[in-house]
Ligand binder design. Sequence first.
Ligand SMILES: [Fe+2]
Ligand SMILES: [Fe+2]
Length: 324
Amino acid sequence: MPLENSAENFHPIDSKILDKNSSLVFDIYCKVQDDDENRFVLYASKKPRYREKVRALLRSSDFTEELFIHEQDLAAYFEYATNALRDYVINSDATPEKKMEKVYDLSRDVTHQFFEANSSPEILRGSGQVVELMEKCLEDNKLGFHGLSKIMEKDYYTYTHSINVGLYCMSFALKIGMPADEVHELGLGGMLHDVGKSTLPQGIINKIGSLTEEEFEMVKQHTDKGEAVLRGLGCYGEKVIQVVGQHHEKYNGEGYHQGLVGDDIALFARICKLTDVYDALTTRRSYKKSLKPLEALTIMKSQMGHEFDPKLLNAFIRMMGPQG
Ligand SMILES: [Fe+2]
Ligand SMILES: [Fe+2]
């Protein structure tokens, strides 16, 4: 199949992760300027017959120029990058902050591609491994809630919001002593909770100001559509899918899309609802400032209390306290 060869089909990569001793699983390109036009030319091929030549090339290169891959190799690149990062997270003596910063950067790259570049859901298949790395960085709890929030992007984009919600969910789950497999599922659900927004027109997702009634009805479908996206991939458990489908349910029954009430809403979705609102309130948008943690928690308790499971809300507020 011929490659689409315009600039938007190429994706910059982090050349520092290239292992000069292993085989490439994606083609690498570099950018050349040609009559005011950028062209991407093959720099190193993944074809087995060039393996030795490519290794020699990578060993001799200092990678001062920016390198790219074609979007068709994105899923392979993300898998490769995740493996390289796993080695760093497990074996390096870097601080938990440094490790989490790198994991955050990779996650941002994956979700950015998915939400903003119209990539296929196949890219999300690696999200389980990314969540595993996040757990590794969080597990000894040295980062704490406040250390974690320093690393997070404070401008609201759907792709960074998704990661923040996943991390807050995992941090909360660890704090209340959930078993490891549930921490993982909840983190995954949090990271994927707004996946259905990828099916909405960009104009609606990024609209400044209030939505029309019709637009709001479209946005409300992101819970249903998100469930469909995950079911289509066939690799997520029911608990993860419930987070996506039920994270806009309100404890008093006035949410969407099923109007579930109280504990009929899945536990993971009730937790995601808290972290979702908290991240939305504490991040900036072009039309609103971010709230300080205490301001956000005060609003959640005093004006929105009916939306949340009261026990979970109290536990969440305790977690955000100075000892959190
Ligand atoms: Fe949502
Ligand atoms: Fe959200």
